[in-house]
Write a protein that binds this ligand. Structure first.
Ligand code: NAP
Ligand code: ZN
Ligand code: ZN
Length: 347
């Protein structure tokens, strides 16, 4: 076994505290990664506080993991010691169902294994995430991170990056589209960068007036303050595609009204509670609402390679382990610019 040091919560009401635990020694197909950085995703907070009713404890959160390969099993073919590698939200899946065969492991029909808070196939080992100094993962769920990418800025790509890249690609967003992004947080700022990189005209919706200038600097062609009724009225019927990244319970109807005829709003933000959707904004305009979940392993690799090619990374604030509890409060208060990344040498 390998000794690991990290931060964990023991239950849904707990604060993160230092936590020592063990990881398996690398098996023949495993890659051992010395973690350099781990991003702080809002999902870490939802899961630590059991807001989705599926959490297991003790929980070491973190699924935006990058670092250096320090050991490989003897059957590993894609990685060598010294490589940069990443791990996102999944570390295993059944590998036999239709979704797994299509490289859409996130929709594994037998249930994927999440990077933390999931039981491995033995049914008893709880997976533990990247708020720690070392991780051991099967090479099939380990991503190559090009050395052109700054490791700290690359960490958030493993969740915020792929979660926004995937729906933009699936709905084939390009220069012909007027796109809007709702919420300028970790996911939102990556959505903005990708939509611009794909050539779309991009509008950012935000509830935070102090983010207007940042949104423009990040590439937004326009910014709409969603709490200003006049600005929302003027936004009616304007967009082909809206990506909604909001983590809190807000209504969806006001944004559906901003879609053109036949437009689609995709939800990636996953608030604790559901909310009512009226049929009217869908019916009048033949509009659609859909959802999207992270992305499969092949597409995650494609996204990382795209970022290396185009010089795309996350805008980050680097923190130490003993600052994570405070960082979580700032995330909840929409006060992050635009992703916290933990320096794993501080565990
Ligand atoms: P985040 O950094 O906290 O960003 C969320 C943004 O939503 C905030 O910055 C804020 O933007 C807006 N917001 C927050 N509270 C709001 C409120 N009460 N009313 C209106 N707007 C509000 O979170 P994140 O890490 O990007 O994650 C966003 C959501 O996506 C979370 O629910 C997370 O669990 C989920 N997620 C889903 C997937 C997936 O596969 N579908 C993957 C990762 C994360 P403004 O200040 O601009 O308004
Ligand atoms: Zn995430
Ligand atoms: Zn499967």
């Amino acid at each position: 076994m390998i000794q690991a040091k990290g931060y964990a919560v023991e239950n849904a009401k707990d604060r993160l505290k230092p936590y020592d635990f063990e990881r398996r020694a690398p098996g023949p197909k495993d890659v051992q990664i010395e973690i350099a950085y781990c991003g702080v995703c809002h999902s870490d907070i939802h899961l630590a506080r059991d807001e989705w009713g599926m959490s297991n404890y003790p929980m070491v959160p973190g699924h935006e993991i990058v670092g250096k390969v320090v050991a490989v099993g003897k059957e590993v073919s894609k990685f060598a010691v010294g490589d940069h590698a990443g791990v996102g939200c999944m570390v295993d899946s059944c590998r036999t169902c239709g979704s797994c065969h299509e490289g859409l492991e996130q929709f594994c029909e037998n249930g994927m294994t999440l990077t933390y808070g999931s039981y491995e196939k033995d049914g008893k080992t709880l997976t533990q995430g990247g708020y720690s100094n070392v991780i051991v993962v099967d090479e099939d769920f380990t991503l190559r991170v090009d050395k052109r990418l700054d490791l700290a800025k690359a960490a958030p790509l493993l969740c915020a990056g792929i979660t926004t890249y995937s729906p933009l690609r699936h709905w084939q967003i390009g220069p012909q589209h007027k796109v809007a992004v709702v919420g300028l947080g970790g996911l939102g700022h990556m959505a903005l960068k990708f939509a611009k990189a794909f050539g779309a005209h991009v509008t950012q919706f935000t509830t935070s007036p102090h983010k207007v200038e940042d949104a423009k600097a990040l590439g937004a062609d326009e910014v709409i303050l969603s709490k200003e009724a006049a600005q929302m009225q003027a936004a009616a019927n304007r967009f082909d595609f809206i990506l909604n990244t909001v983590s809190a319970d807000i209504g969806y109807d006001q944004y559906l009204n901003c879609l053109k005829r036949d437009g689609t709003m995709v939800l990636v933000g996953l608030p604790e509670h559901g909310c009512e959707i009226h049929a009217a904004p869908l019916i009048f305009g033949r509009r659609s609402i859909a959802g999207s979940l992270i992305g499969g392993i092949p597409e995650t690799q494609e996204m990382l390679d795209f970022c290396a090619e185009h010089g795309i990374g996350s805008d980050i604030e680097i923190i130490k382990a003993d600052q994570i509890n405070d960082a979580w409060e700032r995330v909840i208060n929409s006060d992050v610019k635009y992703r916290f990344v933990i320096d794993a040498s501080s565990f």
